[in-house]
Design a binder for this molecule. Sequence first.
Ligand SMILES: [Zn+2]
Length: 432
Amino acid sequence: MFDLIIRNANLPDGREGFDIGIAGGKIAAIEQSIAATAGETVDATGRLVSPPFCDPHFHMDATLSLGMPRMNVSGTLLEGIALWGELRPLLTKEALIARALRYCDLAVTQGLLYIRSHVDTSDPRLVTAEALLEVKEKVAPYIELQLVAFPQDGYYRAPDGVASLERALDMGVGIVGGIPHFERTMEDGARSVEALCRIAADRGLPVDMHCDETDDPMSRHIETLAAQTVRFGLKGRVAGSHLTSMHSMDNYYVSKLIPLMAEAEINVIPNPLINIMLQGRHDTYPKRRGMTRVRELMAAGLNVSFGHDCVMDPWYSMGSGDMLEVAHMAIHVAQMAGIEDKRKIFDAITVNSARTMGLEGYGLGIGCKADLVVLQAADVTEALRLKPNRLFVIKAGKVIARTAPRVGELFLAGRPASVEMARDYVPQVQQR
Ligand SMILES: [Zn+2]
């Protein structure tokens, strides 16, 4: 009666030794011991089974372009934008599609099955939008890809910024982006937020803006974004990506700002890997870390989810499509290493990002989509620590990727023959 049963699974909430029965691409049973048989069985052997990872902030048009046409010498955000500007005229639809598909292959092996990607609309050729709309169709059987019309060079600042963004939306790009801190003036930035929220309201679309990705504490476009969200009736449908200026803001001002963001139900998307790499570049020492106020925003009830942002592109030479790597960095930069903290961080790359992306049927409940990942870790804490192999990746009840467990063999007299980090180094204090 089941198509697939996953046996002996530990769940993200700490429950252990459960069987998950899957029928018709959906989760049909979660029980201690399912008596029925199934067409296929996956033995989780007491490992963590989680809903798949969701990346709410990525740039799939730029990914895997590292070194084209040259490297980012200063390592700054602004040189990255300039470098992307050099590469952009050279982009072809075929090459964009090929790189995006290669990234999606990697994402699947990492258990990353939901991605929201910004699509640069600055070049009026819109070859980026054309390519990624095609990729969205191609990967739909295994990855849900959402696309944001993103005016990288400025909605007003780029010569064709306004018209190009509108055309990308007409083509089917489904989310309205923005970059208010990159407009020529603070006033232009605020006007762009208003105009873009109006477009979203008129078209019934969500908003996801790069907002205040700067160390300038006076970059306060998030305040405008929260206000326009309420004004245009967009509560819960708007995301503020990066928000790094909040790291440098005056505490008194933030005590006013966070409640305004909560009122507007802004989804907050820090990008820990990229923020720690690109922010604070004009500082000597002490050097700011740039990531927004994750703990405080979570405490105020805001939905915080982490994005990967970049993998091997003009802004970031590293990255591996692994949302656990993103979470690992978040734990360090936000200094959230307590047991409850870690649960919240894990939520930020799973259920919270699903909420940001407005996903339906996501999760580990009866009737949810049977999209699941079996990790080589016993629990959430261990998964965050080890960034372990994804033993099985399951989409709609079918195994679509498999990776062998990582075990190191030892050839030392009087020592064990092998070491598995996940099983052989369980802490003395129960973490679950
Ligand atoms: Zn970004």
